[in-house]
Design a protein around this ligand. Structure first.
Ligand SMILES: NC(=[NH2+])NCCC[C@H](N)C(=O)O
Ligand SMILES: [Mn+2]
Ligand SMILES: [Mn+2]
Length: 338
């Protein structure tokens, strides 16, 4: 697949070459984007009205799918993840109770506002600057509706930048970020793409959207990854020292003195034995229980979270990684809601 196709500009170029007036193109793009935001806004409003009528809910997780895969440097399958994750969340092979006893069918724990229609928007020739703004705006629409808090389903990891930007702008200050990943995703730009999934945390740190960034599960890091980490004061916990760091990571307290805590889980933080359905297979990772121990013991006010990089096109036939991603989402919903 050509880079041009992946960046989604070919369609616009073709329309322009055919002498279609800019105004006509832009007007259509605006209408499609407005319609997309309207659907998310109205669903968020409805869910929040119901919760406020119930009363006594401080925070409730609300799913927002961002089916975007074109900023991946390798495979684009993560664009197909959100519906697979939803399907696995409600799969009858399990039940709707989280490990610590929260009930997922209870809207005070989890609701859903649907997906940002990424493909439909790109099909109108919308570029990535604008698309990233639409993602940020969608996240803000969810946060607008207390007690909803966004629980975002990726998508490749590029989506964390517009999501964290929105969270920080909406809350009016930086957050602390717990980022679980095999990779630091902090290249200044990757293959010339500043929105690459391998650069999202460079954009987040440059923007001043995070005070602390803790990266856990790291085992594929280049010289630039380490240098950028130092430059931005990132706390990088590498797998090669995990047995030593475990104690600390399983007793984290984050977010004091800032607006809250954001959790970003790249499914490839897990060892491929636990999660083979990812684009970037990187042996030597965390066990599923390592991740849950870190999450369950974390002391934090989690204001939003994402689960990214699940690639259904690389999953086993029984959808094992879909269940893994779904369980991460379920446990994050439990962590967020209160
Ligand atoms: N979000 C991700 N899965 N990023 C993977 C980035 C892989 C990239 N080749 C690197 O060297 O870091
Ligand atoms: Mn990543
Ligand atoms: Mn990764």
């Amino acid at each position: 697949m050509s880079t041009i196709w992946r960046r989604g500009i070919h369609y616009l170029e073709r329309l322009k070459a055919a002498n279609i007036p800019n105004e006509l193109i832009e007007n259509g793009q605006n209408r499609v984007i407005d319609a997309s935001l309207t659907l998310i806004r109205e669903r968020a409003k409805l869910k929040a009205e119901l919760l406020r009528a119930l009363g006594g809910v401080v925070a409730s997780a609300s799913l927002l799918g961002v089916p975007l895969g074109h900023n991946s440097s390798f495979l684009q399958g993560p664009a197909f993840a959100p519906p697979r994750i939803r399907e696995a969340i409600w799969c009858d092979s399990t039940n709707s109770t989280t490990e610590e006893g929260k009930e997922l069918h209870d809207p005070r724990v989890l609701t859903d506002v649907g997906d940002v229609p990424v493909q439909e928007i790109r099909d109108c020739g919308v570029n990535d600057d604008r698309l990233m703004s639409v993602i940020s705006d969608s996240v803000k629409l969810v946060m607008e509706e207390a007690p909803l808090r966004p629980l975002v389903l990726g998508g490749d990891h590029s989506i964390s930048f517009p999501v964290v930007r929105a969270v920080s702008e909406k809350l009016g200050g930086p957050v602390d970020i717990l980022h679980l990943d095999a990779h630091p995703d902090i290249y200044h730009s990757f293959e010339g793409n500043k929105y690459s999934h391998a650069s999202s945390f460079a954009r987040i740190m440059e923007g001043g959207y995070a005070r602390r960034l803790l990266q856990v599960g790291i085992r594929s890091i280049t010289k630039e990854g380490r240098e950028q980490g130092k430059r931005f004061g990132v706390e990088q916990y590498e797998m090669r020292t995990f047995s030593r760091d475990r104690e600390l990571l399983e007793n984290l307290k984050l977010g004091e003195g800032v607006k809250g805590v954001y959790i970003s889980i790249d499914v490839d933080c897990l060892d491929p034995a636990f999660a083979p359905g990812v684009s970037h297979i990187e042996p030597g990772g965390l066990t599923f229980r390592d991740v849950l121990n870190i999450l369950h013991n974390l002391q934090a006010d989690v204001v939003a979270a994402d689960v990214v990089e699940f690639n259904p096109q690389r999953d086993t036939v029984d959808g094992m990684t879909g269940m893994v991603a779904a369980k991460l989402v379920r446990e994050l919903a439990a962590k967020i809601s209160k």
